[in-house]
Ligand binder design. Structure first.
Ligand SMILES: *Cc1c(COP(=O)(O)O)cnc(C)c1O
Length: 237
């Protein structure tokens, strides 16, 4: 399983390299693009999925960043026969045999037909916005992340962790983990903005995730000012 847009830092695996190895050894390659995959509605981000032709299956969560509320993920297989062979149920009666119909038996694909029809919400959003407005939504989110990144880079006390590729910015004070943990705790206790955190190779950092349709440049400035204000209140700064 390779990931396009990891949860912690939105990193992208080199699926062209992983795919070549998987193909050579006849190993199933699933691509987890839960978050990052939504950005591929924009052609300019599709270079991030170079090697996608090696994928046997691909999942993406429109509820992450494509304006659908929680509970809507899409899954693609090169051949749905595999999932039916591996996990499908035996037919219990002739009535369940719809081989004569020109429809896939979604139940055999692990899509619970006794639950709400979540694909309808996706359909409505696609129809309501259209591809250009969805692209605009993603581009705005990426631009706001870049705006925050440059504010952060302009302050010598801070550093960016990893690359800002989509709507997630990982950053930290160039200080100890303890200072960064204190910064986050104080920010959260004021309840004006909400940030996440992460740790990689022993380095603790803060994470700003942009995903809402209503977030704008002023919110980014407000966020940055709040972070600077709390930073100035830290005892060791
Ligand atoms: C969010 C996320 C998941 C979980 O997806 P859900 O559809 O919310 O269950 C899995 N992998 C990655 C990389 C994610 O960002």
């Amino acid at each position: 399983m390779a990931t396009l847009g990891t949860t912690r830092t939105c990193a992208f695996d080199a699926i062209d390299e992983i795919g070549a190895v998987a193909r050579k050894h006849d190993v199933w390659l699933h691509i987890d693009a839960s978050y990052g995959g939504t950005a591929f509605v924009c052609p300019e981000y599709r270079h991030l999925m170079q090697g996608i032709e090696f994928a046997d299956s691909f999942s993406c969560g429109p509820h992450k960043w494509l304006l659908i509320n929680n509970g809507c993920s899409v899954m693609w297989y090169t051949d749905s026969k595999w999932i039916v062979d591996a996990l499908g149920m035996y037919k219990q009666s002739v009535n369940e045999d719809n081989d004569n119909l020109d429809l896939p038996e979604y139940r055999q694909w692990q899509i619970s037909t006794g639950r709400t029809l979540r694909s309808l919400r996706l359909w409505f959003v696609l129809r309501l916005y259209g591809v250009e407005n969805l692209q605009e939504h993603i581009r705005r989110g990426c631009a706001l992340a870049k705006q925050f990144e440059s504010l952060c880079r302009g302050d010598k006390r801070f550093e960016i962790v990893g690359n800002v590729q989509l709507g997630l910015v990982c950053f930290r004070l160039i200080k100890s983990n303890a200072t960064n943990e204190l910064l986050l705790a104080k920010i959260l206790s004021r309840r004006n903005i909400y940030l996440l955190s992460g740790e990689i190779k022993g380095i603790f950092f803060l994470r700003l995730a942009i995903g809402s349709k209503v977030t704008n440049e002023k919110d980014i400035e407000y966020t940055w000012n709040e972070i600077k204000l709390v930073t100035s209140m830290l005892p060791c700064i």
